[in-house]
Design a protein around this ligand. Structure first.
Ligand SMILES: Nc1ncnc2c1ncn2[C@@H]1O[C@H](COP(=O)(O)OP(=O)(O)OP(=O)(O)O)[C@@H](O)[C@H]1O
Length: 475
């Protein structure tokens, strides 16, 4: 295993050991590509969500948020093109019956080649995918002698499309008329509510509608922990603009979204843009924001110029006029849309991968190390840990006083057990940026020791300053 793979395995284990992410229904051996968030994971995820929501809605006067249902009228998915188009080319190995997404199979093989050979293979694949040339893709797999990892053979079926939507039945009668889908993206809940929001909010184009919610995709190849899940959450924003201005807004949102990522303090070298080679049926431009995960640069967010495709389709299928009257130019039109779509779980994985560090603290006298999660303070699950040095002499009472005051404002953790050094290390492992120790001197002069997670430096400050100091770092 490479060092990066080792690191990724260590991150997955850490997530489980410290209550961030558990396999779903683990006591029954789990469910493939479905995960549960534990006590610290749920906090971290909520903080990422809040940071995105605030930056989209509170900080943009022309963006409002909604919360649409997961179930939608089935015609929604005919209009959006998902019934006909939301599929990936797949291939099965006849000996193992294992199914692969064609691009993943070829990409996996490319990783075993030299850089030049891999580049050549991937560009051939991109061309064939762009042309929907399934016979060509099969020939590419065969001519490169790509084998199934289970059977070890190259005995392949033809390449076929496989729809990724989950369906279920509404009500009690199980006939086709009652078939509905679990939404594969949150965007359509925004489009069908375009007029409701525009009218009731008296919104003027350009304006945006944001939403955070679950989406479901029957991903065939579920790999890389929470990177590709079957049930996941998206944070999407659809920005409605006057036709003809979409290019300008696309560039603006591309820049703004990258700035959002960088505002969390991540090194710019860890990010890159990647233009889509093959545009989706609804898009006239599309780019991914990619992050360097331990398994390489991969998409975390997509920015798509979706034209007027979705609103026009809903207009046609619902036979209801979905238009906007622009008083500035005295014209009715169907707005164009720029979409920013980020996976919450992928952003979670990014945050965890970026924060995880195994730090060597050895001195010539003693070998030592720690695992520290260097989360940005505003995302950390717990902001402040409060420790009385001992369980006696009124120290717990003083510590409780601080706890009661601070817990109104942010998430705090109180602990009396074990030596202080051990307590610090436990907080490092879950990424708590500040620890406070209350000792005998606190009783005399009202000061406490604050210990900083990243530098491990300690200083004495008045207990009365603690709350304001932490607040100043997390807003
Ligand atoms: N199966 C999934 N598990 C977790 N997050 C996902 C999944 N599919 C999509 N996302 C997230 O939703 C975002 C927007 O969805 P979009 O439809 O653009 O993804 P996509 O291009 O289909 O992703 P991919 O190419 O990785 O399948 C993605 O950038 C990603 O962060």
């Amino acid at each position: 295993m490479s060092t990066d793979q080792n690191k990724f395995q260590a991150i997955i284990s850490h997530c489980k050991e410290y209550g961030f992410v558990f396999p779903s229904s683990e006591i029954y051996d789990g469910l493939s590509a479905v995960y549960d968030y534990g006590q610290y994971g749920a906090e971290l995820k909520k903080n990422i969500k809040d940071y995105w929501w605030k930056s989209m809605t509170q900080l943009h006067e022309n963006i409002v948020g909604i919360d649409a249902a997961i179930f939608m009228h089935p015609t929604t998915w005919k209009a959006s093109g998902h019934v006909d188009n939301f599929s990936d080319p797949m291939i099965d190995n006849k000996d193992s019956n294992k199914r692969y997404r064609v691009d993943h199979l070829i990409e996996g093989h490319a990783e075993t080649l030299s850089a030049d050979q891999a580049k050549e293979l991937l560009s051939q694949m991109d061309e064939l995918l762009k042309e929907n040339d399934f016979a060509g893709l099969k020939t590419l797999i065969e001519s490169n002698k790509i084998k199934c990892t289970v059977s070890g053979t190259a005995n392949w079926t033809d390449v076929r499309q496989f729809n990724l939507m989950f369906s279920t039945q509404l009500g009690s009668v199980t006939d086709e008329a009652n078939e509905i889908y679990l939404r594969p993206e949150t965007a359509q809940g925004i489009f069908v509510n375009f007029l409701n929001v525009q009218k009731t909010g008296r919104m003027k184009v350009p304006f945006g509608i944001a939403q955070i919610g679950k989406a479901f995709r029957n991903e065939i190849v579920a790999r890389q922990f929470i990177f590709r899940m079957r049930e996941f959450e998206q944070m999407e924003m659809q920005f409605f603009v006057r036709p003809g201005t979409q290019k300008e807004w696309y560039e603006k949102w591309k820049e703004e979204r990258m700035q959002w990522h960088l505002s969390l303090g991540t090194s710019p070298a860890k990010y890159q843009f990647k233009d889509h080679v093959k545009l989706a049926h609804y898009a006239d431009a599309a780019v991914d924001i990619e992050f360097e995960f331990p398994f390489g640069f991969k998409e975390v967010e997509g920015i798509h110029s979706r034209t007027d495709f979705d609103l026009k389709q809903h207009q046609e299928y619902s036979r209801k006029k979905i238009q906007y009257f622009d008083t500035e130019i005295n014209q009715n039109y169907v707005p164009y849309v720029i979409e920013t779509s980020i996976g919450l779980d992928r952003m979670f994985l990014l945050t965890v991968c970026n924060a995880y560090e195994e730090e060597d603290l050895s001195t010539p006298e003693k070998a030592d190390s720690r695992v520290v999660m260097r989360f940005p303070a505003k995302l950390a699950p717990i902001k402040l840990a409060i420790f009385p040095l001992t369980k006696r002499d009124g120290l717990p009472e003083l510590a409780r006083e601080l706890m009661d005051d601070c817990k109104q404002a942010f998430y705090c953790f109180y602990e009396e057990k074990d030596a202080i050094g051990k307590r610090y290390r436990r907080q490092d492992a879950i990424g708590t940026p500040f620890c406070i120790t209350i000792d005998h001197q606190t009783k005399e002069d009202g000061t406490v020791t604050i210990r900083h997670r990243d530098s491990m430096e300690q200083e004495r400050i008045p207990m009365s300053d603690v709350k304001a100091l932490v607040l100043s770092k997390i807003i």
